[in-house]
Design a protein around this ligand. Structure first.
Ligand SMILES: Cc1ncc(COP(=O)(O)O)c(C=O)c1O
Ligand SMILES: [Zn+2]
Length: 382
């Protein structure tokens, strides 16, 4: 296994304390993990459409040392014929994970890595989901968990944090401010870092959702896969997962991956549309989709490069369409999503209206978080 800097291409080997390229820094120098693919013996019949994510251990950077691995990944892919204007609609319901979000796929990697490397404390900054995920995934481990969140965290996510007994630091300011503060304190104290993008191994856990989609579709590659975007790690992970299965000869093409952002929290989209060289920007953002309200995306370079390389794109949707999408998704599929989880449906409707996605397509919507985390978003008690 090796790691490559997304900006300068410098190579690294896995070592304790290595997170990002020393030459490029934590924002520009995020690392991409690779494996000896040529030596890997994998075949389609090795994987099950219901097994949890550690079935892909060969393609993960660390062995499992956690007691909760059986509750992470292996989430259902629901199929709906002629739904929301497309002939074949698939919904990957990642709200079914241990803490009810996609983030568990990353948290278990971080917990396993921290245990293996002998840490006693793990920390993370988060809009809410990564934090509640880490707190619950690490609860049964020997690790202490320290969390940094903005005061805007929805009550459901805060309740998960409290229940799991994590140390919670509520930071005055935005998620982006919480991120900066956590890095300062966490590294000063020598804790293990589970911050998006800074830790290159998190993406490895997240990519298993792409593997699962392909296995669950019996290796029939969908035309489009839509997912919401904040920091840009989740979308990068899906692209990497699809590309790795192609590289391993398990499929012969990759889907077009499209990221969806909220209209007033679309920093990554702006950077992508301005084109290369991708220059990070920092701005004030707001949206009902708290999980993707990110004004200083930490995986911006990787997300833009992966999107450009794979032929993907980004679209933005207004908050009221995200709200409508929550209700429509629940009404038609029975899946109750938090705003960021429903945003891909709002993106799909826009692309169908614009004729950029055709009715005959096979489309996967990735629902990244359960609606019970943030019922206030559609007028429930918050
Ligand atoms: C529910 C949900 N969806 C999507 C995302 C977006 O992931 P990323 O910030 O890696 O782009 C997040 C991140 O917090 C999330 O919690
Ligand atoms: Zn570099």
């Amino acid at each position: 296994m090796g790691l490559t800097c997304i900006s300068c291409g410098r190579r690294y080997t896995k070592s304790k304390g290595l997170y990002y390229c020393e030459a490029c820094g934590s924002l520009l120098g995020t690392l991409v993990v690779d494996y000896e693919y040529a030596k890997m013996e994998v075949s389609r019949d090795m994987f099950s459409s219901t097994a949890p994510m550690y079935q892909f251990e060969k393609l993960l950077p660390v062995q499992n040392h956690s007691k909760v691995a059986s509750a992470i990944g292996g989430t259902p892919l629901l199929f709906f014929e002629d739904c929301f204007g497309v002939d074949r609609l698939y919904v990957k319901n990642d709200g079914m994970n241990l803490s009810a979000s996609f983030k568990d796929r990353a948290s278990i990697i971080a917990v396993n890595m921290a245990i293996e490397e002998g840490y006693d404390t793990i920390f993370c900054a988060s809009t809410g989901n990564a934090a509640s995920s880490l707190a619950l995934v690490s609860a049964s481990s020997p690790l202490q968990t320290v969390i940094f969140v903005p005061s805007t965290i929805p009550s459901g996510k805060m309740a998960q944090l409290r229940a799991a007994g994590a140390e919670v630091n509520v930071v005055a300011g935005s998620y982006d401010d919480a991120f900066d503060q956590s890095l300062e304190e966490g590294f000063k104290n020598g804790w293990y870092c589970r911050n998006s993008a800074v830790n290159p191994y998190l993406l490895e856990g997240k990519k298993t959702a792409a593997y699962e989609i392909l296995v669950q579709m019996n290796y029939q590659v969908p035309d489009y896969c839509l997912v919401s975007v904040g920091d840009g790690t989740v979308i990068s992970s899906l692209i990497k997962g699809f590309e790795e299965f192609k590289r391993l000869g398990l499929v012969d093409r990759v889907p077009c991956v499209i990221g969806v952002q909220a209209e007033h929290a679309s920093t990554l989209t702006k950077v992508f549309k301005r084109g290369e060289p991708y220059i990070p920007i920092r701005e004030d953002v707001h949206s009902i989709a708290d999980s993707i309200s990110v004004g200083y995306p930490r995986d911006v370079i990787k997300a833009c490069k992966f999107l450009a390389r794979s032929g993907g794109d980004l679209v933005t949707v207004p908050d009221h369409e995200i709200k409508d999408a929550i209700v429509e998704l629940a009404t038609r599929t029975g899946i109750f999503a938090e705003p960021a989880g429903a945003a891909p449906l709002a993106g799909l409707k826009q692309l169908l209206d614009q004729g950029r996605i055709q009715k005959e397509s096979a489309v996967v919507l990735v629902v990244t978080g359960n609606g019970l985390k943030d019922p206030g978003a559609i007028g429930g008690n918050s």
